[in-house]
Write a protein that binds this ligand. Structure first.
Ligand code: NAD
Length: 478
C-alpha cells in the first residue's frame, strides 16, 4: 500500500512486508522511506499550517464530523484490514472502528471548549494602582507540526487520539504507524485527507529509529505524541525535551487487580478473564497481575480455570474466537522466556490452554506465585496471555505487591466495602483505579495515562487538545 506525503502517493523504493499473525503470511508491503522523505514530510506539514488555519474552527469541526461519517461508512473494510494485520478478533476490531469514529466526533465538539479562551479585566482584582485600565485575553494557539508515533495493538483508536485533536486545534501532523500494522492507519489517513487539505496529515513509514531520530531532532516539530513501550518512549521523550519540544507519552503497564475476601468473586473472575485474555492480553491496560486474599484464592482460581476452559483460540476472522495470535514470532519467544523465568523462580503453572500450531499463538496460562517471588512477570510488562495470581494475607501486603513495579497505568480493587476500596485506591500507584470492574476501562474523554514509567501527561480528547495548544496571554492597556 502507498503512503501519503503532501499531494503525493508514495509507493517506491524499498518495501517493508506486513504479515498476518494468524498465518505468518505477507499480506502487503509499505514503503521504507529514506530520511530525506521524512524531512520533506515535516517541511510540507509546516508549509500547510497556514492553509489549515485559514479554515475556521467551526468548519474544521464540520470536517471532523465528515471524517467520522466516512469511517462509519467503511467499518467492514477497516475492521477486516485491522484484524488481518493485528490478529485482533474481528468482533473487537469492529468495536474499535466505531470508537474511532466517536473520537473524531468528540474532537469536533470539544474543539469549541479547547479554543474558547478567556477575557480578564484586571480591575477584578485588588492589584497595585495602575492596573485599572488593563485587560488580559488568554487565547489558545496551535503549536505547528505535531509528530505522532503509535503502537501495533490499537491502530485505529490510537490514530484518532492523535490526529483528530491535532487537526481540530489547527496543528498539521506527521504520523508514523507501527511497522507491524500500518495498513488500517493508511486507509484512515485517506479518509481524513478527503476532507482536510493535502499536507495537513502526512504518513511516514520506514525505519523506526531513523524516523524517531528525525522527529526528536528536527526543529520544525513542536510536539511528539507517542504511544508504545516505556523503553522507546522515555528515550524519545528525554531527547525531545532536550531539544525544547513538548511530549505526550502513553506507555506500558503492569496493571494489578486486587481481590479482597468480601468481593463478588464471579464478577472479579469475569473481569480478570476479559482483562487478561482479550486480544491475548495485548493491551496496555490489560490485567497483568491478580493479587488475591488467601481466604478466597482457591475459589477465585478454580472459577478462573473453568471460565478459561470456555475461551476458544483460533482464527481471529472467526466471530467465535476469543484468543487470537500474538503480533509476531518475537512476541511468542518473549512469552516463553517470561514463563520459563517464572517457573524457575518457584512459580506453579495451574492452567495452560490449547492453541493452533500454525501462526504466532501462545496458550493462555495461569501461574501461582508467592508475594516474595522475584519472577519477572510480577515486575515487567507482560504483553501476552500469562496471568500470575499472587495470594496475600492482608490489604497492606496487597498494596505492597501491587506497587512493586516501575509501572503505574491502571489498577482495580474488588470489595463490597467502599471505604476499604477507597483506602487501597489512594495507596495504589496508578493513573486510574477502577473499583469492582476490569482495569481495561477507558472512555475517550476521561483523562487516561500513567504515573512512573507508564507515561507523561494524560490523553483524552480535551486534554490532548490543551496539550497541543500554546497558551498566549495578550494584555491590553487603555
Ligand atoms: P513499541 O514501543 O515497540 O513501538 C511503538 C511504536 O514506536 C511503533 O510505531 C514502533 O515502530 C516505534 N518504535 C520502535 N522503536 C523506535 C525507536 N527507537 N524510535 C522511534 N520509534 C520507535 O511498542 P509496541 O510493541 O508497538 O506496542 C506495545 C506497547 O505499547 C506496550 O508497552 C503497551 O503497553 C504500549 N501501549 C500503551 C498504551 C497507552 O495508552 N498507555 C496504549 C497501547 C499500547
Amino acid at each position: 500500500m502507498f503512503t501519503i506525503i503532501g499531494n503525493e502517493k508514495v509507493d517506491s523504493g524499498e518495501k517493508i512486508p506486513v504479515r498476518n499473525p494468524a498465518t505468518g503470511e505477507v499480506i502487503d508491503y509499505v514503503p521504507s522511506l529514506p530520511r530525506e522523505e521524512v524531512k520533506n514530510a515535516i517541511d510540507i506539514a509546516l508549509d500547510t499550517s497556514p492553509r489549515l488555519n485559514a479554515i475556521a474552527p467551526a468548519k474544521r469541526s464540520r470536517l471532523l464530523t465528515e471524517v467520522a461519517k466516512a469511517i462509519r461508512g467503511n467499518v467492514d473494510d477497516l475492521a477486516v484490514t485491522m484484524t488481518r494485520e493485528t490478529g485482533r478478533p474481528i468482533k473487537s476490531s469492529r468495536l474499535e472502528i466505531e470508537r474511532t469514529a466517536q473520537i473524531f466526533e468528540l474532537a469536533a465538539s470539544e474543539l469549541r471548549r479547547a479554543l474558547e479562551g478567556q477575557f480578564i479585566p484586571l480591575d477584578l482584582y485588588e492589584l497595585p494602582a495602575g492596573n485599572e485600565n488593563r485587560v488580559a485575553f488568554v487565547k489558545r494557539e496551535p503549536l505547528g507540526v505535531v509528530a505522532a508515533i503509535t503502537p501495533f495493538n490499537f491502530p485505529a483508536a490510537s490514530f484518532a487520539h492523535k490526529v483528530a485533536p491535532a487537526l481540530a486545534v489547527g496543528n498539521t501532523v506527521v504520523f508514523k504507524p507501527s511497522s507491524l500494522t500500518p495498513l488500517t492507519q493508511l486507509k484512515l489517513a485517506q479518509l481524513v485527507l478527503k476532507e482536510f487539505p493535502p499536507g495537513s496529515l502526512n504518513v511516514v513509514t520506514g525505519n523506526s529509529e531513523m524516523i524517531g531520530d528525525e522527529f526528536v531532532s528536527n526543529e520544525k516539530v513542536s510536539l511528539i505524541t507517542f504511544t508504545g513501550s516505556a523503553s522507546v518512549g522515555l528515550d524519545l521523550a528525554s531527547r525531545a525535551v532536550k531539544n525544547g519540544k513538548r511530549v505526550i507519552m502513553e506507555l506500558g503497564g503492569s496493571d494489578a487487580m486486587v481481590v479482597l475476601e468480601d468481593a463478588d468473586i464471579d464478577k472479579a473472575v469475569r473481569s480478570a478473564l476479559v482483562g487478561r485474555f482479550d486480544f491475548a492480553g495485548q493491551f496496555c491496560n490489560a490485567t497483568k497481575r491478580v493479587i488475591v486474599r488467601r481466604e478466597v484464592e482457591e475459589e477465585f482460581t478454580e472459577k478462573l480455570k473453568s471460565g478459561l476452559q470456555k475461551f476458544r483460540a483460533g482464527d481471529p476472522m472467526d466471530e467465535g474466537v476469543d484468543i487470537p495470535p500474538l503480533i509476531s514470532s518475537d512476541a511468542v519467544a518473549r512469552m516463553k522466556e517470561f514463563l520459563n523465568d517464572a517457573l524457575a523462580a518457584g512459580g506453579e503453572e495451574v492452567y495452560e490452554g490449547k492453541v493452533p500450531d500454525k501462526g504466532y499463538y501462545f496458550p493462555p496460562v495461569v501461574l501461582r506465585l508467592s508475594p516474595e517471588s522475584k519472577a519477572r512477570v510480577l515486575r515487567e510488562e507482560v504483553f501476552g496471555p500469562i496471568l500470575p495470581v499472587v495470594p496475600v494475607s492482608s490489604d497492606e501486603e496487597a498494596v505492597r505487591v501491587a506497587n512493586s513495579t516501575q509501572y503505574g497505568l491502571d489498577a482495580s480493587v474488588f470489595t463490597k466495602d467502599f471505604s476499604r476500596a477507597y483506602e487501597i485506591a489512594s495507596k495504589l500507584k496508578a493513573g486510574t483505579v477502577v473499583i469492582n470492574d476490569t482495569t481495561r476501562l477507558r472512555w475517550d474523554n476521561l483523562p487516561f495515562g500513567g504515573v512512573l514509567k507508564s507515561g507523561i501527561g494524560r490523553e483524552s480528547v480535551i486534554n490532548t487538545m490543551l496539550e497541543m495548544t500554546e497558551t498566549k496571554l495578550v494584555v491590553y492597556s487603555r
